[in-house]
Write a protein that binds this ligand. Structure first.
Ligand code: KG4
Ligand code: ZN
Length: 341
């Protein structure tokens, strides 16, 4: 089965043509356009602005994908939530129109489930994950630990009480005077760090809830802690060019919490497969630390290639193929608050 998939939940407009192959998902063509540069000028996402960008990009992006692969298409798939309602509507209405005009089935896709199923995209001879598994989904709007017992029996077992990890990266970066998107900009500041600089004693951020014996997390206090640190030590940070060290400490705080809670989830469930997903899954330290910890405790780790961590349409196609959740095109509506389960 060959599917044309569309993603428009936030500030990326993407489309892909995918097909099933040996239990995994093969990508035949894909195109992605991002309005992150425009968003960066505003210091964050402005829903009306990104929705207008979706309108401008959706047709050219689909046309480009269709130009890259000219074979027959069996179905259309689209992410219907969670996301921003204005952005969601653009992809949904386009997908409905194509399904009706071409007389093809329409498959609805939960964007968060799709992030997880991005791990089934075939890429350079990667080994596909096997269930049962623990899933750590870390994106701009969600931070969830999921027990994936089999293909459809999923249980939410932990996550953040307040801000998502990606949201913390974005807000933390803003407090440090770094542009949007926060995660990649914090990484850039760390990469450019002068290794002769030594971390001053006062440069220490909390690891919220790390010692609590549960799978709950909280990242909103971390943002407040950075704001306070930036206010109290602004002069030293500016004159001694310490922003890279602040970024490093902030990055380490978030990653330490994520890794500790994920390890606890693995131990509690006795599962020997971990699946990482979402925009924050691109984080270098998170990938390295989880790889090392998983090796130590004999757990297999699956993580998407970097291009399939952030929003993309390949993962929407993967989810459509694996879940086959068809719907009457006239009935599909956006669901901005949809959750992973
Ligand atoms: O999954 P995603 O593309 O969109 C949502 O569904 O939310 O995630 C976007 C989030 C942003 O908050 C961004 O700052 C974060 O992922 N992100 C990163 C990195 N790359 C993107 N966070 C940490 N390190 C990164 N390298
Ligand atoms: Zn996403």
């Amino acid at each position: 089965m060959r599917i044309l998939a569309i993603e428009s939940t936030c500030d990326e407009t993407a489309s892909a043509i995918v097909q099933d192959k040996n239990g995994g998902v093969e990508i035949l063509a894909q195109t992605i356009a991002s309005s992150a540069e425009i968003t960066s000028k505003y210091g964050g996402i402005v829903p009306e602005v990104v929705a207008r960008e979706q309108v401008a990009c959706v047709i050219p992006v689909i046309q480009e994908t269709l130009g890259k692969y000219q074979g027959e298409i069996d179905a259309i798939a689209v992410a219907y939530g969670p996301g921003l309602v204005g952005s969601l509507l653009i992809g949904i209405e386009t997908a409905k129109t194509l399904a009706l005009a071409w007389d093809k089935p329409l498959i609805k896709v939960n964007h968060m489930v799709a992030h997880i199923l991005a791990n089934w995209v075939i890429e350079d001879g990667n080994t596909l994950p096997k269930l049962p598994a623990i899933g750590l989904v870390v994106s701009g709007g969600h931070t969830d630990i999921i027990n994936l017992k089999d293909e459809t029996n999923w249980e939410w077992i932990g996550g953040t009480r307040d801000d998502a990890a990606g949201e913390a990266f974005d807000k933390g970066a803003r407090a440090m005077g770094l542009p949007y998107p926060g995660g990649p900009m914090i990484q850039k500041a760390i990469d450019e760090l002068d290794d002769k600089l030594v971390r001053p004693e006062w440069l220490r951020l909390p690891r919220p809830m790390i010692h609590e014996k549960n799978l709950e997390m909280s990242f909103s206090g971390l943002k407040t802690a950075v704001v306070e640190l930036m206010t109290e030590h602004r002069d030293e940070i500016e004159t001694q060019k310490l922003i890279g060290l602040v970024a490093k400490e902030f990055n380490e705080a978030i990653v330490e919490v994520l890794v500790t809670k994920t390890r606890a989830a693995l131990e509690k469930s006795g599962t020997s497969q971990l699946i990482l997903a979402g925009g924050v899954a691109a984080n270098k330290l998170l990938r390295e630390t989880l790889s090392q910890k998983c090796q130590e405790i004999g757990v297999k780790l699956s993580m998407p290639a970097l291009k399939y961590c952030g929003d993309n349409a390949a993962m929407i196609g993967a989810c459509a193929l694996m879940r086959q959740d068809t719907i009457d095109p006239t009935k599909l509506r956006p669901d901005p608050a949809l959750t992973v389960i």
